[in-house]
Write a protein that binds this ligand. Structure first.
Ligand code: PRP
Ligand code: URA
Length: 209
């Protein structure tokens, strides 16, 4: 069974309050999502392997560390996942970015794929799937399956807000994928929106309705 890591940090909780607030406009919403993603990126990369290298400072030779082994790939689920890319890239600037386009059918609530463009070597990368919302889990389960079908072996999922239903769906379908979230909310409503949630993440990021 995969782990669920909930970020219990005052800065993240504070920023999430304003992200949730319906009076927060798109500009500030985007900035806050970027800031929270940066903070989450710091923790999500905590277990990256290091290797020792020898360098020379202006004072002497010394041993120090660089990131070793697998390289990172970020995979935002379009559209709303795009809001998390810049924050993550600010801590992992060398990451490649792949895109999976999915929208949730408003009648069936099932994910529909419309775009997929990934780095060629995803099998050798640590992939971090990004989406602010994990509601039913249908989109995340499908996106992770696309990645596995194309050779991905090492995947983490990062969401701002998750519903218990979505966490269970991902854990059932992909028990090897750890889930990092800023908050776990109460439930889904009849429209499968997260309660209390933040509304429609894509619309709030991009000012659409
Ligand atoms: C939202 C969100 C997730 C999905 C979550 O995307 O960004 O991708 O819904 O719901 P689920 O867990 O029930 O699948 P949406 O389909 O609204 O598309 P958008 O990002 O283009 O707005
Ligand atoms: N997608 C969103 O953007 N918000 C939700 O609450 C559920 C799905």
């Amino acid at each position: 069974m995969s782990k669920v890591i909930v970020f219990d940090h005052p800065l993240i909780k504070h920023k999430l309050t304003f992200i949730r607030d319906k009076n927060t406009g798109s500009k500030e919403f985007r900035e806050l999502v970027t800031e929270v993603s940066t903070l989450m990126g710091y923790e999500v990369t905590r277990d990256l392997a290091l290797e020792e290298v020898e360098i020379e400072t202006p004072v002497c030779k010394t041993k120090s560390y660089v990131i070793a082994g697998k390289k990172v790939g970020l995979v935002p689920i379009l559209r709303a996942g795009l809001g998390m890319v810049d924050g993550m890239l600010s801590v992992i600037p060398a990451a490649r970015v792949g895109h999976i386009g999915l929208y949730r059918d408003p009648e069936t609530f099932l994910p529909v794929e419309y775009f997929c463009k990934l780095p060629q070597d995803i099998g050798e990368r640590e992939l971090i799937v990004l989406d602010p919302m994990l509601a039913t889990g249908g989109s995340a389960v499908a996106a992770i399956q696309f990645l596995k079908d194309r050779g991905a072996k090492n995947i983490k999922l990062v969401n701002l807000i998750a519903a218990p239903e979505g966490i269970k769906a991902v854990q059932d379908a992909h028990p090897d994928v750890d889930i990092y979230v800023a908050a776990i909310d109460e439930k889904l409503n009849d429209h499968k929106y997260i309660v209390p949630g933040l509304g429609d993440a894509g619309d709030r990021l991009f000012g659409t309705k």
